[in-house]
Design a protein around this ligand. Structure first.
Ligand code: GDP
Ligand code: MG
Length: 750
């Protein structure tokens, strides 16, 4: 039997012309330049399986910083940058990671369309050397599309450690494309990679291009169909006919759609396709797409057999050993809970140690500086009371309350970044997948939820909603978009931290852990209900690849932490500040005449209560009282529809304005000497139960505005964005009322 790699087989195509030379891309069918007079920069597209180091390669080639993370689904849209090599400028594009180019999911389609429609001059296929066989499956598909191709044999260090010896020369010959060994995380091999790309761009003849041989029976059909397709000149000059033929036999609906639109005689091609599929299926007694896929796997396996030697065959590498414990059916969830618990303990512990070292906790230092700041502007109180109130209550009381948690949040980001970089996230998805399957959410949904903050805290729902693009089934995507915002994102953290500091001071880590567990439990329930009653449909299977564990690099962790903390600060200083000032205004206007009141205190109260916010907040209290919220929380929560950080900010402002009452009542008291936490803790109307009900509400209610916009974009209609707001807000309210009422009935509210 001929192996697919036998160099004597006639199927080893040597032409490799189509889509290879830059000239093809520069001109359209009539030979006109496509992009006007501007000389077009050569394009290098980076493709490969998820988590093989594409973004690392991209960053090193272009010198930019894109998010690198050790779990799939991070790169959903392609990113662009420039690279320089031998005095030339290249356009580099980071494509989404996919296991295949069959166009089952949106990101596969994005990657594939880029290769066939944009016709990059070179595709750099980043391949995980420690997982060669699976990675070659996609390379096999790329080979058929015939772009200029360079293989980056990445993670060669990991392969080494696992005892794989890969012969690069053999691989180069067998694939018929230059292979460059790289360690992208350390920037090794990047120059060689660029040089190889430039050679391809310059049209230097490379090795003899290989391609999958599908066996006589299939090949015969592929050949016949290829000829039919090649007869259509409009198609043949745009795509590789053989690739189209294979795709049609694979029943690829996207390719069918494309061809139908492009061909003059679609009927002929369709008939030929049906005949080919029929011939293959009746011969093998199996579906044509299965046969094709099997042959591709065979191709990959054969190459691995030829090129890879294991120094110690059968020895389990370390990652596998760890996974036996970590991904164990019973131990896995226990360990996961332990890891998250340890994460929170560590976060608060670091904060404590800091206090021991520097005299105050980081949050304490922040509070202290804001108190100082309000001391500085105290002089304004007499001369310009309005301005003083704006600065003191609106800016310091509001944004200060958000920013004072930055040190703690940065520590949280850091620990999450460490976990991400080790490779544990993929395991979490794997462990949770089993639990979630019964609830109608599959593994990729879980990855999205982890991005949203499911690993402890401090994610964001926006990239999570975008990450749902990795889901194949539209219904899975929708459910995930609707439940992911329930995770504890970074914006909810200051609300939790503030209330926990006030009411659960001795149980900080435990409380955060409880909130984490509750967020998952609620998301599960919501997912189940949505799946059952709103978005019914079949579930798609999920294959989770477990990447090898990495020791996180200091640079990577610090970079991640800084990126996220900076984003957080930037948001607090811009959007949150703006919304907060708006809320300050509605809490301070319209003005009432203070002369009408007996004393300053009464005037203040009347002013607050008759302000726009006071009226709106009080109009809602008959309902929200059930959950224990007074008008100030109502205003804060309304503000929270825009962004969750606003909740703390607005409460800070409201209580800061109200504080003046107390100051007036006790003229000797230190003015503004308290943080919001301390104020609430000393307020007799506040209890731990009330705080808890508020935290649950904030956890579940409406996604923030930006998330809604992204949900609209990703789901294609406002309907789902509105539904998301409506169902989660009602759900949150019911939960908060339950907590508050049941708690009160048990006497916990005192
Ligand atoms: P992408 O999903 O393909 O874009 O992969 P990333 O660039 O995000 O990298 C995934 C993970 O692999 C990160 O934790 C990188 O630090 C790590 N990584 C990338 N290249 C190498 C390599 O050559 N060796 C090792 N040991 N780790 C790598
Ligand atoms: Mg990436």
């Amino acid at each position: 039997m001929r192996t697919p790699l036998d160099p004597k087989t006639p199927e080893l195509d040597s032409s490799g012309v189509l889509g290879r030379t830059p000239k093809v891309t520069q001109r359209d069918e009539q030979g006109r330049p496509v992009r006007g007079a501007q000389p077009r920069l050569p394009v290098v597209a980076i493709a490969g399986n998820p988590n093989t180091g594409k973004t690392c390669v991209f960053n090193h080639l272009t010198g930019t910083v894109q998010s690198v993370a050790n779990y799939p689904g991070v790169t959903v849209q392609h990113k662009e940058g420039r690279a320089r090599a031998n005095g030339r400028t290249l356009r580099v594009v980071d494509l989404p990671g996919t296991y295949s180019l069959t166009a089952y999911s949106l990101d596969e389609l994005v990657a594939r369309d880029f290769v066939i429609e944009q016709r990059p001059d070179v595709v750099v296929a980043v391949v995980d050397a420690s997982n060669l066989e699976r990675n070659l499956y996609m390379v096999a598909q790329l080979l058929e599309m015939r772009p200029g191709l360079v293989i980056a044999l990445n993670m060669i260090d990991v392969a080494d450690r696992r005892g794989f010896r890969i012969s690069t020369e053999k691989l180069t010959t067998l694939l018929g494309a230059p292979v460059v060994e790289t360690i992208a995380s350390k920037g090794r091999g990047m120059r060689e990679l660029l040089e190889a790309c430039v050679k391809v761009i310059d049209g230097e003849p490379g090795p003899h291009r290989a391609q999958v041989h599908y066996g006589h029976e299939v090949e015969e059909e592929v050949q016949k169909l290829t000829e039919v397709i090649a007869a259509e000149s409009a198609v043949a000059c745009k795509y590789v006919p053989r690739w189209l033929a294979v795709k049609l036999i694979e029943k690829d609906t996207e390719v069918r759609r494309k061809l139908r639109a492009l061909t003059a005689d679609w009927g002929r091609i369709e008939a030929a396709t049906d005949a080919a599929i029929h011939a293959i299926e009746s011969h093998f007694g199996d579906s044509a797409e299965t046969i094709i896929a099997e042959r591709r796997y065979g191709f990959a396996a054969a190459i691995v057999r030829e090129c890879v030697a294991r120094s110690d065959l059968g020895r389990q590498h370390i990652s596998d050993k760890i996974d036996q414990v970590v991904c164990n059916r019973v131990l896995g969830p226990v360990i996961l809970a332990g890891v998250v618990y340890a994460l929170f303990v560590a976060v608060f512990k670091v904060a404590d140690e800091w206090g021991w070292l520097f005299g105050r906790s980081p949050t304490g230092w922040m509070d202290w500086s804001f108190v100082r700041l309000s001391g500085v502007i105290a002089g304004l109180q007499a001369s310009a009371p309005q301005l003083h109130s704006l600065l003191n209550d609106g800016v310091i009381g509001g944004v200060g309350a958000v920013i004072s948690f930055v040190p703690l949040i940065a520590v949280m980001f850091m620990f999450v970044a460490i976990l991400e970089d080790t490779g544990y996230i993929a395991r979490v998805a794997f462990i949770m997948d089993r639990a979630f399957r019964a609830f109608g959410l599959q593994g990729r949904s879980i990855l999205a939820m982890i991005v949203a903050g499911g690993l402890g805290g401090g994610g964001c729902a926006v990239p999570a909603v975008m990450a749902t693009r990795t889901l194949r089934e539209e219904k899975d995507r929708l459910v995930t978009m609707l439940v992911a915002p329930m995770m504890n994102c970074g914006a909810k953290l200051p609300v939790y931290l503030m209330l926990i500091a006030a009411f659960f001071d001795r149980w900080q880590a435990q409380m955060m852990f409880t909130l984490w567990a509750i967020s998952w439990a609620l998301a599960l329930c919501a997912g189940w209900v949505l799946r059952r009653f709103v978005i019914r449909g079949r579930q798609t299977p999920f294959v989770m690849e477990l990447p090898a564990y990495h020791v996180p690099t200091l640079r990577g962790v610090l970079l991640h932490t800084w990126e996220r903390t900076w984003m957080y600060l930037k948001k607090a200083g811009t959007i949150i500040l703006a919304i907060n000032l708006l809320l300050w205004a509605v809490m301070s206007y319209p003005r009432v005449d203070p002369v009408r009141f007996a004393d300053e205190k009464q005037a203040r109260r009347a002013q607050l209560e008759s302000s726009i916010a006071g009226r709106a907040g009080r109009a809602l209290t008959p309902i929200t009282r059930l959950a224990g919220f007074d008008w100030r929380e109502n205003v804060a929560l309304i503000g929270g529809f825009a962004a969750k950080e606003v909740v703390v900010g607005a409460m800070g402002t409201a209580h800061s304005i109200a504080q003046v009452e107390a100051d007036q009542a006790q003229p000797n008291a230190q003015p503004q000497a308290e943080s919001l936490s301390a104020r609430l803790a000393s307020d007799p109307s506040w209890t731990a139960l009330r705080a808890f009900a508020l935290m649950i509400f904030v956890m579940v209610y409406a996604p923030c505005f930006v998330t809604l916009v992204v949900i609209r974009r990703e789901s294609g209609s406002w309907r789902w964005a509105l539904f998301s707001t409506a169902y989660s807000t009602s759900f949150a309210f019911v939960l908060a009322v339950l907590v508050f009422q049941v708690g009160t009935a048990f006497g916990w509210g005192t």
